[in-house]
Design a protein around this ligand. Structure first.
Ligand code: ZN
Length: 274
């Protein structure tokens, strides 16, 4: 029997999900009508893009201003030797089109900033943070929080990674509840300086894709108010409870940030003064 909304080819492609109790054609249809913005098409963004493409999300926006470098290939399986020198968003979009023609792709080969983020968010249902730039993370947090849009967060560092979903609209904290202001940029090492074990972003990115699918389909419990910390050396996962901070400058009781245009994101993410 062909179910409404899904072609015979789609029923075959997504059969292993549709057969799942608690998922089925209904969740598949919800996933099909979801557009997700992936910010960063590197170590975290690659598995997010690959699994959401495979799972049949309706649309993916890829935002990244980097080109593929040989040192990326150790942990970024969307990109290959032949992609070196081309924008990561182009390499990613080509992979999506070849893998699943159901998925619509938008590419943004530029840095997310205060001028383009709001227009982008108008076209998406949720955001997946796969960036290693702290300024971009604060901007995503603020723009999503002000728009009441869920924001899946992942980060990696050496042999560790963490994942959570920020959604103050559903009673959880935001990123600024944990870290009200960013440390100075020189205090934050990136992968190039700190190093990262290749599969670690794969594990964390796959968990971000799981969170995105749950948010899109209303299946399961997203990790709102919970931070999962993966330790590759011990092969362990710890869970921290995260609570909203009443003093948070954007989602607290007396917020100081009412617009992303009042805050400085380049450099140190300065808050507006009282
Ligand atoms: Zn907050």
């Amino acid at each position: 029997m062909v179910r409404p909304g899904l072609s015979a080819e789609q029923l075959e492609r997504y059969a292993r999900q549709i057969v799942l109790d608690g998922f089925g054609a209904e969740a598949q249809g919800k996933l099909r009508s979801t557009n997700a913005l992936v910010v960063g098409v590197g170590g975290l963004g690659c598995p997010v893009v690959m699994y959401l493409t495979g799972a049949g999300i309706g649309g993916l926006g890829l935002a990244d201003d980097d080109v593929v470098e040989r040192s990326n290939l150790q942990r970024q399986p969307l990109h290959g030797e032949g992609d070196i020198g081309i924008p990561k968003v182009e390499s990613g979009a080509a992979w999506i089109r070849e893998t699943n023609p159901d998925v619509e792709v938008e590419t943004l080969y530029e840095r997310i900033d205060v001028d383009n983020i709001e227009g982008l968010l108008d076209r998406y249902d949720l955001v997946i943070d796969c960036t290693d730039r702290i300024e971009t993370r604060y901007l995503l947090n603020d723009a999503c929080t002000l728009k009441d849009m869920p924001f899946v967060h992942g980060a990696v560092y050496r042999f560790e990674g963490q994942v959570t979903t920020f959604d103050p609209g559903r009673g959880g904290p935001c990123y600024r509840c944990l870290f009200p202001e960013a440390p100075p940029p020189e205090a934050i090492p990136d992968c190039a300086t700190a190093g990262v074990l290749g599969p670690v972003p794969g594990v964390i990115g796959a968990m971000e894709a799981v969170e995105a699918i749950k948010l899109a389909t209303d299946v399961g419990e997203p990790a709102i108010g919970r931070l999962l910390i993966f330790d590759a050396l011990q092969l362990s996962i710890d869970e921290l409870e995260l609570k909203p901070n009443p003093g948070c400058p954007i989602c607290g009781d007396s917020p100081r940030i009412a617009s992303i245009h009042e805050t400085t994101y380049e450099g140190s993410c300065r808050l507006p003064s009282d």
